[in-house]
Write a protein that binds this ligand. Structure first.
Ligand code: 3PY
Ligand code: MG
Length: 258
């Protein structure tokens, strides 16, 4: 059976799972990063050119590397969440889940009854997960995760209620949007004091609910700062950030005199 996020989290025994974050649409990019020492790979359909076809091609390549393939969907696009799970995604990250109603709608599309109303048709999931239909049907609600993004003042105010929604497996903090919301639109600073205290609060509430806490980190250094603060899943930069940093480092050494 393919590795699921709950398996990775339990295997890591307290150490956060580190995820690659991919917005470059060619599946070869996420397949390449899946072969590095990341614990999971996230495909971002909210703020990138990754569309459903690109995600559906990337998911089996990530699964073949033994890593859970997670996808961040566009805002409110819960029907696409179902299709991505059918394609073999191990988990869905839904941006801007700002109310209990949003969380319930998200769970409806990502969980089979009795938790939700996901419709049967896992065309790629059986191969990606290495499971027979019956085994996938029986385990899907447990091995695939629905993570609600907490990235507004409204969401933060009802985080306990969002975490309490059956079928919601955890939260994923978007620190940049959160900084915009918490400052009333005055600043964008994902490491502001207000965000720091909000993310500690969010991790503590997820722990109290016995659910997953995830967060986006813009760099390895930021991921290291977040280490040990209660997060089970931390994304590390992005494919574009890593590519740019690699290019800059290579050119710097090529131009340095030895
Ligand atoms: C945010 O920081 O708002 C995010 O959504 C991370 O990608
Ligand atoms: Mg965001």
């Amino acid at each position: 059976m393919a590795t699921s996020l709950p398996m990775v989290i339990s295997r890591n025994a307290g150490q956060p799972a580190l995820a690659a974050w991919c917005g470059l649409p060619d599946p070869s990019v996420s397949a390449l990063l899946a072969r590095e020492d990341f614990d999971a790979v996230v495909l971002d359909m909210q703020h990138s050119a990754v569309d459903f076809a690109a995600a559906a091609r990337a998911i089996p390549l990530i699964a073949a590397a033994g890593k859970p393939a997670m996808v961040r969907i566009p805002v409110g696009d819960f029907a696409t969440a179902s299709r991505l799970l059918d394609a073999g995604a191990s988990g869905i990250i839904a941006p801007m889940v700002n109310s209990v109603a949003d969380a319930i709608a998200f769970a409806q599309f990502t969980k089979y009854p009795p938790l939700g109303e996901r419709s049967w048709g896992p065309h790629g999931a059986l191969a990606a997960m290495g499971l027979a239909a019956d085994a996938y049907f029986r385990s899907a609600n447990d091995i695939t995760v629905a993570l609600a993004m907490i990235e507004t003042r409204e969401a933060l105010a009802v985080i306990d209620d969002i975490l309490a929604v059956p079928g919601i497996d955890g939260v994923f903090i978007g620190p940049t949007d959160l900084s915009i919301g918490l400052s009333g639109g005055l600043s964008m600073d994902p490491t502001s004091a207000a965000v720091e205290s909000a993310l500690d609060h969010a991790a503590a509430r997820a722990k109290a609910a016995g659910k997953v806490a995830g967060i986006f980190a813009a760099s390895g250094a930021r991921a290291a700062q977040l280490h040990g603060r209660g997060f089970h899943l931390i994304s590390v930069g992005s494919d574009a950030i890593l590519l740019k940093a690699g290019a800059q480092a290579a050119l710097q050494s090529a131009r340095s005199r030895v």
